[in-house]
Design a protein around this ligand. Structure first.
Ligand code: COA
Length: 337
């Protein structure tokens, strides 16, 4: 098995889109018993974007997907994967319609639900299709409108989550070129499924024969164990993927963590004994955008010059499920639009 003959998935385009409406901490404090100071000091978040009436996940996904295709220099792909936990409908999946609206009718398309780890799971899935030879170019979109499942009375989750979308194009290439993804580390722990959950709306509730409790259609989170798990799972997953890649922690120029809470990211930096400056951040402006988080922070950091071509980048994510995943790449030259 000569390693240099292995097909790798190579990042060749990136694009993002945020709904225009900004909701600041002060806006939230006008409706709920919270304050800008509380939200900033506990989470690092200053504002987030929220969809307007008439928008949905597919709208965000199409905008980000179109920008990623343009950035890649070609509108042709043979697979579209949409990582989302807030699809437009319970059935069918969102990806076929997104592909259709991108002019890709007929191309293979499916959704992948791994919540906040969804984008890394989708990258791994797309890379697997490329490695297997079943795809040459894949559009991977992370898009969520998580504000649509939040309880309008829950100050904790309203402070944290925002809506958004980010996308990349992967093409078949070789492992030694800039932009080549992998290895990956993926994991899950269903014993903690109830730490972050929307209880109703699925087959368990629909099949129960019990009347629907309206409160159960909203997302619930047990913040403190989630915080602890986020730190441990991302730190451990980062160590595993570094080991697989044969990189030392000090070889990594930039760490791109799932943007859930700036304090979680600081704790991961401490665990890994890495200076905070190597961790890219945009949680202050977007909050936790679920499956969109990773492509949004990568694109923002690249646009700001904080991630540069040639940088060795480690990506790690964690979310409901529980689920987590990491990968590494050397940042390529990209058209950032
Ligand atoms: N504004 C003001 N007060 C708030 C608040 C808000 N937005 N949200 C919660 N509080 C209150 C709580 O009700 C609690 O009040 P009490 O002591 O009277 O009961 C108090 O603040 C402390 O709550 P606690 O949960 O101990 O705070 P914390 O320091 O753990 O911070 C989180 C709460 C949610 C910010 C934190 O646990 C966290 O970030 N968890 C991880 C969440 C996450 O990342 N989820 C997504 C994973 S992908």
């Amino acid at each position: 098995m000569a390693g240099h003959h292995r097909r790798a998935a190579v990042l060749c385009g990136i694009g993002t889109w945020l709904p225009p409406r900004v909701v600041t901490n002060a806006d939230l404090a006008r409706q709920l018993d919270t304050s800008d100071e509380w939200i900033r000091t506990r989470t690092g978040i200053r504002e987030r974007r929220v969809i307007d009436r008439g928008m949905s996940t597919s709208v965000l996904a199409v905008e980000a997907g179109a920008r990623a295709l343009k950035s890649s220099g070609s509108s042709e792909v043979d697979l579209v994967v949409v990582a989302t936990t807030t699809p437009d409908h319970p059935c069918p999946s969102t990806a076929p319609e997104v592909a259709h609206r991108l002019g890709l009718t007929g191309v293979a398309a499916f959704d992948l639900n791994a919540v906040c780890a969804g984008f890394v799971y989708a990258l791994a899935t797309a890379a697997g299709h490329i490695a297997a030879g079943s795809a040459e170019r894949v559009l991977v979109i992370g898009a969520d409108t998580f504000t649509t499942v939040l309880n309008p009375l829950d100050r904790t989750t309203l402070a944290i989550f925002g809506d958004g979308a980010g996308a990349v194009v992967l093409r078949a290439g070789t492992p030694d070129e800039p932009g080549a993804l992998g290895p990956f580390d993926l994991g899950a722990d269903g014993s903690n499924a109830d730490l972050l959950i929307v209880p109703a709306g699925g087959s368990e509730q629909r099949g129960s024969g019990e009347p629907l409790d309206p409160a159960d259609v909203h997302f619930r989170m047990d913040g403190q164990p989630v915080f602890r798990n986020a730190v441990t799972r991302m730190s451990e997953s980062a160590v595993k993927v570094l080991d697989r890649a044969g990189w030392r922690v000090e070889d990594v120029d930039r760490f791109a963590c799932h943007q859930a809470n700036a304090r979680i990211i600081s704790a991961v930096a401490r665990d890994l004994a890495v200076p905070q400056e190597r961790f890219v951040l945009n949680v202050d402006r977007v909050g936790n955008t679920v499956a969109a988080s990773i492509p949004l922070v990568l694109a923002d950091a690249a646009a700001a010059g904080d991630i540069e071509p040639g940088h060795r980048v480690l990506v790690t994510s964690f979310g409901a499920g529980l689920g987590w995943g990491s990968t590494v790449l050397t940042w390529p030259e990209l058209d950032l639009g």
